[in-house]
Structure formats: structure tokens, C-alpha cells
Design a binder for this molecule. Sequence first.
Ligand code: URP
Ligand code: ZN
Ligand code: ZN
Length: 471
Amino acid sequence: MAIVIKGGTVLTAVDQFVADVVCEDGQIKAVGKDLDAPAGAEVIDARGQFVLPGGIDAHTHMELPFMGTVSADDFYTGTAAGVAGGTTTIIDFIIPSRNQSLLEARDFWMNNAKKAVSDYAFHMAVTWFGDQVRSEMEHVFHNDGIQSFKIFMAYRGAIGVDDVELVGVLDTAYKLGALVTSHCEHGDAVVALQTRLAERGLTEPKWHAASRPAYLEGEATNRVIQLARAASDGRNGHMAGAHEAQPVYIVHLTCKESMDAVYRARQEGQKVLVETCPQYLLLDDSVYEKPDFEGAAYVMSPPIRPKGHQDYLWNALATGSIQHVATDHCPFRQSDQKIMGRDDFRKIPNGAAGIENRMSLMWTYGVAAGRITPQQFVDVCCTQPAKIFGLYPRKGAIAVGADADVVVYDPTGTSTISAKTHRQNVDRNIFEGFEQKGRVTHTVVNGRLQFKDGDLRVERGAGRYLKRTKV
Ligand code: URP
Ligand code: ZN
Ligand code: ZN
């Protein structure tokens, strides 16, 4: 059935104008003034509201086996919560265990993702390296539409790589023309700090943050940036310039130290892309002081930073230095998952939920607070992730021929975020009590109205796997 969204203010990454949007057969068929509705079309009156591309979250972990448990949203519940919050596409991570075949892991994740209600793609994490991994990287790049690889510089002893492996991944990606995304923390130094703290009996959640200081994130960010240069050097009998380096994308960047490493590299002409998340913009490390083990809800890596880093990141966002705001959605229940680390912060599963709240948080504390423009909001939440990861203009655009993933946002009214009312499959919300200005009133996914005025009508398995193209 066709849908016509009438009279709203269309927001794009560069523009805003009043127009109708006609969606038919899963695509946007027309954008313009006073358009006729196809026979039988459902009409959404969007006057006074904003109409924007469906949100893209390029960093999620649905049903991720991690730290002795599995993240609590599966591809069905997680993408459904996303749709309620205006996110219509996710890019999740295939994460093989050490020594596991990348192709075997791919099959496992692809199978799990079949229950998604909205479209999805994958990055491939590389957790070890050798000839087999190199050829499997080539395979998924050429055959499966996976054009971005992920390395973890943290989590040593599990999914984290050492520098030799890291260089191997950068080198292979360079030859392929693929993007390398990186979780930046000095994994070995984190383990040393964790051990020292635990030996002194310092086991509460706040010591998680203490064991992962910003300088260790800054060091790793700088290291992957510098090693990316080595991927290009010497190939043509000369040492390459920074502008020829392997492009890198820093995931969930949290701090001034990392941002400064990025600024330095960009000054030299190097291509470094940056993602942050709402929790790093909106929370400070006082959350770890909460009594009764409540600080565990905020245990994630990298951790929430001390006051000061948040404004630094907002400024980076406002000046276009951060390309994407993702969520790193990786929820764990307090009751039976976070509690595993009751006596030892090292055993608290790392991660938190966020997919349902990203768009409204960025609207409220970004646009409504005057920190970013509506166009920047669309750019960092919808359009840039599509461009960076090879989904544009099919995704991330309100334009004829794009997939009909459209969000209607009513900027009026307020509500309060709470775990009592959210749809994410967890018993805590790290933004509990945060006021939101406005709300998503409608989410159209692939031409179907899946969310309307609080009523979620998602269809299990309706999401499609998106093969991505090299950009
Ligand atoms: O704490 C986090 N971030 N958990 C998810 C895995 C990761 O590092 O992204
Ligand atoms: Zn990470
Ligand atoms: Zn993550």
C-alpha cells in the first residue's frame, strides 16, 4: 500500500523545505508540493512536523555472545526498539572468536539476523590474523558486500588483536580498498591496571572506569592512525604521504585525547573518520558513584568520561569533526547479567542499551539545545553513516528512488525516558529521567508504516540484508 506524508517540513543533511513525500512499493516515488495520493494510499498529516530519512545506527551488537553471556536484545527486539525510536537501519558486527573462521561466524550472524524487522548490514570484526583470515577478508569483501572491518585494540585475551595482527588487517584492507574501524584502548595496559586495582581489593563498578583512563584511549587512537600510514608506505618504492594512508574510522570515541590525535592526523592530510555515542556526549563519570551496584549499568568500554570531555565532543560535532553518532547498543540486564560482576568489576558485561533513544536525545540535546543544526542532526544520524558505509543514496536520503525509510518527528511536547516504558529488552536505561523534547510520531520502514503514535506494528523477519558497495 502507498503512503503519503503530507505537508511536513522535509529535513535533509543540507536543506529544509515543505513538501509531500509519496512512498510506494518500498521506495520514495515523489517529493514535492501538493502531490496527489495514489488510490487507497494511507495519508499521514505531517503539518507542523519534520520529515527526515530513517535513522541509521552503524554500531550495534544484537544478541552478541560476550563476557560469558549474550547481549539482551536480539535482532527482533533490538530493531523493533530502533523503529520505535526512528532508526530503520543498523550495521551490526560479525565477531568471530579467536581462531574461528570468518565465514563460519558470518553464517551464524546472518542466521540470527533473519528475525530483524528493519534492514541491516554487517561489519566484519577481525579478531586474529593469518593467511586464512586474509583470504576470508577478501572473500567477504568481494562476495558478501562487507566493505568495513573492525579491530578491537582492547579485550586482550579474548577478541582483541595485538599490533602484528593489527598491521596485517590494515595491510589487507589497504589492498582491498576497505575501511578499517577500530575500538581504541591500550588493551595490555588496561589489563595491567585492572589487575593492580583488583589486587588491592578495589572491585566496585567505578574501578572499571579507573582502569581505562582517557590517555589509554588516546594512545590507541594515535597508534592505529600511525599504523594506518604503514599500510601504504613503500609500495611504490617510496614512502607515502599521510593522505595515502589506509583510511580509519574510530568507533565510540569518548575523549579529548583521542579527538586531538584525530585533529593532528587530519592536519597532515590523513583520512580519519570519527563516531561517538549519546552516552559520551550526555553523561559524566559521576554515574559510577551510584550506590547499590547501580554504577554497573554504565559499565561499558571505553567508560563514561569525567566532566569536560562532553563539551569537547559537542564542539567537535558542531564543527563537523565527528561524522556519526551511533549507539554501541549492547544491552545487559542488571538482574542476572551485570550482577555477574558483583564482586569484581572485570566480570561485569560491558555495554548498555541506546538504540531507542538516540534520535530523540540528539534532537533534544543537540538541535533543541542549539548545539547543532537540524541539518547536522540528519547528517550525523542518517546520511553520513549511509555515505561512509556504502548505503547511500539507497539509505540516508529523502529522495526519489531511495528506500522508503522515513521518520516523522513532532518537535512539540516533552516526555521522560525510563526503563519502565522503553521497549529495549533491559531493566535499566542509562538515560533514566532525561527529558526529551518532541517525539517520533511515525516510522515508515521499507514503505510500511511500522510505528504510529506509540503503536508498534513491526513484522518479524521483514528486514533485509544489505550488501554494501565500496565507497
Ligand atoms: O562496552 C561496550 N562497548 N560493549 C560492546 C562491545 C564494544 O566494545 O563495542
Ligand atoms: Zn568497542
Ligand atoms: Zn561496540
